[in-house]
Ligand binder design. Structure first.
Ligand code: ZN
Length: 113
C-alpha cells in the first residue's frame, strides 16, 4: 500500500470512529432504565422496554465497531495494517475502503475457522 493509500484509509477510519462515537452518547441516553411511570399506559411502557432493548443492541454493536476501528488505527500506526491476520496476504484496498476495520481477507472471512 502506498503512503497516499494509507493516508486515505486513515481518514476513512477516523471518519467512521467519529461517526460511531457521536452515535454513542445519544444511544446511552436512550437506553437508560425504563422507570415505571404512572403517566405511561401499559402498552406504551411495553413499547418503551422494547425500544430499550433494541437501542442496547445497537449500542453494543456500535461499541464493538468502535473497538475494531481503534484496533485498525493501531495496526495502521504499527505499519501492519492491510495484511490478513490469518494468511498474511494483503487485503485488497477496495475491501479496506468499504470495511476499514477488516483484519482478515475475504477468503479467510468466508472460510470456516
Ligand atoms: Zn487471509
Amino acid at each position: 500500500m502506498t503512503d497516499a493509500e494509507l493516508q486515505r484509509i486513515r481518514s476513512i477510519i477516523e471518519t467512521h470512529i467519529a461517526e460511531t462515537r457521536s452515535s454513542l452518547p445519544y444511544l446511552a441516553e436512550e437506553s437508560k432504565a425504563v422507570e415505571p411511570n404512572v403517566s405511561l399506559g401499559r402498552l406504551t411502557r411495553m413499547e418503551a422496554i422494547s425500544d430499550k432493548s433494541v437501542n442496547e443492541e445497537i449500542q453494543r454493536q456500535a461499541k464493538a465497531r468502535l473497538e475494531k476501528l481503534l484496533a485498525a488505527l493501531d495496526r495502521l500506526d504499527k505499519g501492519v495494517y492491510g495484511v490478513c491476520l490469518r494468511c498474511s496476504k494483503e487485503i485488497p484496498l477496495g475491501r479496506l475502503e468499504i470495511v476499514p476495520e477488516a483484519f482478515v481477507c475475504v477468503e479467510c472471512a468466508s472460510r470456516p475457522r
